[in-house]
Design a protein around this ligand. Structure first.
Ligand SMILES: [Fe+2]
Length: 141
C-alpha cells in the first residue's frame, strides 16, 4: 500500500497516524506474501487493531473538540471496522483459513475511502472551526 500526499487532511496528528496505518498495512502485505500465513497475520492484525483503536480515539477527541457535526456517524464507521477486524482475528484463532488477498484488499480499500471521504471532512471542519473561533488557541484538549 502506498501513501499519497492527497491523503493528507491537514491535521498533523491524524496525518501522522494515517501514515503509520499505511505502513502497518504494508507490513501486513509483506507478511502475507512471505509464506506461512496465520501466525504472522494474527500478530500483525492484533497490532493493527490496537493502533487503530488508539488512532480512532485520538481522531474522535479532535472531532469532539471542534464540535464536528458528524461525530456520531463517524464513530459508527470506526467501531464497525474494529468489529470486522476482530471477527477476522477470531476466525484465524478458530483455525479458519483467511484469504490473504481479500483481507488486504478490504483493509486497503477501507483505509483509502475512509481517509478520502470521511476524514477529509474533519480537516475541512477544523479549518472552519479555526475561522469561526477567533479566540481559539489551537489546543484540542
Ligand atoms: Fe476516521
Amino acid at each position: 500500500m502506498e501513501w499519497y500526499d492527497d491523503y493528507n487532511i491537514d491535521v498533523d496528528l491524524i496525518d501522522t497516524q494515517h501514515q503509520e496505518l499505511v505502513r502497518v498495512v504494508t507490513r501486513l502485505q509483506e507478511a502475507l506474501s512471505s509464506g506461512p500465513v496465520n501466525t504472522e497475520i494474527a500478530s500483525a492484525l492484533k497490532f493493527l487493531v490496537q493502533y487503530t483503536q488508539q488512532h480512532f480515539h485520538d481522531e474522535e477527541e479532535i472531532m469532539r473538540a471542534i464540535r464536528f457535526e458528524e461525530l456520531e456517524h463517524h464513530q459508527k464507521l470506526h467501531s464497525k471496522l474494529i468489529d470486522e477486524i476482530k471477527d477476522i482475528l477470531l476466525a484465524i484463532k478458530k483455525g479458519k483459513g483467511v484469504n490473504a488477498y481479500d483481507l488486504i484488499d478490504f483493509l486497503t480499500d477501507w483505509l483509502i475511502n475512509h481517509i478520502r471521504y470521511e476524514d477529509k471532512k474533519i480537516g475541512r471542519a477544523m479549518e472552519q472551526y479555526k475561522n469561526e473561533t477567533s479566540d481559539w488557541d489551537g489546543s484540542l484538549a
